[in-house]
Design a protein around this ligand. Structure first.
Ligand SMILES: [Zn+2]
Length: 124
């Protein structure tokens, strides 16, 4: 056993595998800790919404982040960020719902970036 399994249920509605890109090796324990904190924040949101949250992109390895042209210091690299969509809601509706989110909130046309940085940040 070389590490935790890929399919750990982090919260009632979020499984570790949802945050991992298929080809990536399992991230380091400190990144798994961040993903657990992120999943718990998303679970609160999911409970408030009463709708599933689809994670388009969660943890990114440095290689994967480079391959997709992600920002060099992206919070995705530390397992602190997710790009999400909510079926039945537009990205703008999701962003409006998240307007009091305490970390980072990136508003894009077809998805919403959320991260658990300690300060509030907004961009679009
Ligand atoms: Zn993102």
């Amino acid at each position: 056993m070389s590490g935790p399994p890929r399919h750990i249920q982090l919260t009632p509605n979020f499984n570790l595998s949802e945050f991992l890109h298929g080809q990536d090796p399992l991230p380091a324990p400190w990144i798994l800790d961040n993903l657990y904190r992120l999943a718990n924040r998303l679970q609160v949101l999911r409970d408030l919404l009463g709708k599933p949250i689809i994670i388009n992109s969660g943890y990114r390895s440095p290689e994967h982040n480079r391959a997709i042209g992600g920002a060099a210091h992206s919070y995705h690299l530390s397992g602190m960020a997710a790009d999400i969509v909510v079926p039945g809601m537009t990205a703008i509706q999701v962003q409006q719902f998240l307007k009091n989110w305490s970390g980072g909130l990136g508003s894009y046309q077809h998805f919403t970036h959320v991260d658990i940085r300690p300060n509030r940040a907004r961009w679009s």
